[in-house]
Design a protein around this ligand. Structure first.
Ligand code: SAM
Ligand code: SF4
Length: 333
């Protein structure tokens, strides 16, 4: 292994999130517009290039790899990629291989993912109501996703549900969702919505529901205990009286940057070292320039050397006002 990745603020970078496609079989209103133009195939990293890229990061000390998108499981041949990544789990170089998915293809792939060493997955699910599910995802079908979750659990994977908190949409489902998760033995994390996609145009969907408010409503049903658990990201956890753990993710929060351990790669091979900043570097050029990984490693270290200390307050204010120039499906949520 080569020297670990340490940024200018002495943070060790050991968590990589990789978007493997910008495409998706859903069109969630807060993420995409109905008529998306996707990137031409040649812009995307090939599966072999994804392997080289991820393997370089693993050599440089990345211990946790999360595959995302777009919808990672609609990328053609993606299981080959998981199969080849499994070798890093076998050697112990990689501690965790995981993914974030909308669940639509899980029924098909859950057993194969588990066989590749995937032990935990995040499944996005905003409502348990079929009609509302169709409305928020535009193209999604709830029963298919629920069968996917069943398949994941049957394959022995631990499932965490990610729920985007949307005022006037799933506010009335707070307790049904939380209780459903408790009954199934799956964790749940709520995510504050960021102003992307086509939110404003969707009938009755998309008012900002602050997690502070959500937490207060939850606390009305019984005391919540703050948990010390930290993953290096913006997630914070509480425990309910019945022992159930609930997470909160405030994507634009900038209170936790000092412990940030992660970077993101887009499906075109750009590296974003901070979700709340526009600064990024190209890694596809150095990757394609040579068959050796020497240039790539130099470019990775240079990019990590530019990782900002954190979100800039004024800049984040602009984002809250709706000036995010890239979709979540591009950077990878
Ligand atoms: N397609 C996969 C899925 O939906 O889980 C992975 C990619 S998706 C971009 C990753 C996560 O980002 C999902 O949990 C989704 O709900 C979340 N997300 C997308 N747009 C968002 C937004 N505008 N604000 C907050 N979360 C968002
Ligand atoms: Fe697709 Fe995930 Fe975006 Fe929904 S949130 S449109 S499932 S990428």
């Amino acid at each position: 292994m080569t020297a670990p990745l340490i940024d200018p603020f002495a943070r060790t970078i050991d968590y990589l999130r990789v978007s493997v496609t910008d495409r998706c079989d859903f069109r969630c209103v807060y993420c995409m517009s109905e008529n998306m133009t996707f990137l031409p195939k040649k812009e995307l990293l090939t599966l072999e290039e994804l392997d080289r890229m991820c393997s370089a990061f693993v050599r440089m000390g990345v211990k946790k790899l999360r595959i995302t998108g777009g919808e990672p499981l609609v990328r053609r041949g993606i299981m080959t990629f998981f199969e080849t990544m499994a070798r890093h789990l076998e050697t112990g170089a990689l501690r965790e291989l995981t993914l974030t998915t909308n669940g639509s293809q899980l029924e098909k792939y859950a057993a194969d993912l588990a066989a590749c060493g995937v032990k935990r997955i995040n499944v996005s699910l905003d409502t348990l109501d079929e009609e509302k599910f169709a409305r928020v995802t535009r193209w999604g079908r709830l029963p298919q996703v629920l069968r996917g979750i069943d398949a994941a659990q049957a394959a022995g994977m631990r499932v965490k549900i990610n729920t985007v908190a949307l005022k006037g949409f799933n506010e009335d489902e707070l307790f049904p969702l939380v209780d459903w998760c408790a009954a199934r033995g799956v964790d749940i994390t709520f995510i504050e919505v960021m102003p992307m996609g086509d939110l404003g145009n969707e009938d009755r969907i998309g008012q900002y529901w602050s997690l502070k408010e959500l937490r207060a409503t939850l606390a009305e049903a019984g005391p919540l205990t703050d948990l010390p658990e930290r993953t290096g990201g913006p997630a914070r956890y509480v425990q309910r009286e019945n022992g159930q753990k609930i997470g909160f993710i405030t994507p634009l929060s900038h209170n936790f940057c000092e412990s940030c351990n992660r970077v993101r790669i887009t499906c075109t091979g750009e590296i974003y070292t901070c979700l709340g900043q526009e600064g990024h570097s190209d890694l596809r050029g150095p990757l394609r320039a040579s068959e050796s990984d020497a240039d790539l490693e130099v470019a990775i270290r240079a990019a990590i050397g530019l990782k900002p200390k954190g979100h800039d307050f004024d800049y984040s204010r602009q984002e809250v006002d709706g000036q995010v120039s890239r979709h979540m499906s591009h950077t990878g949520g």
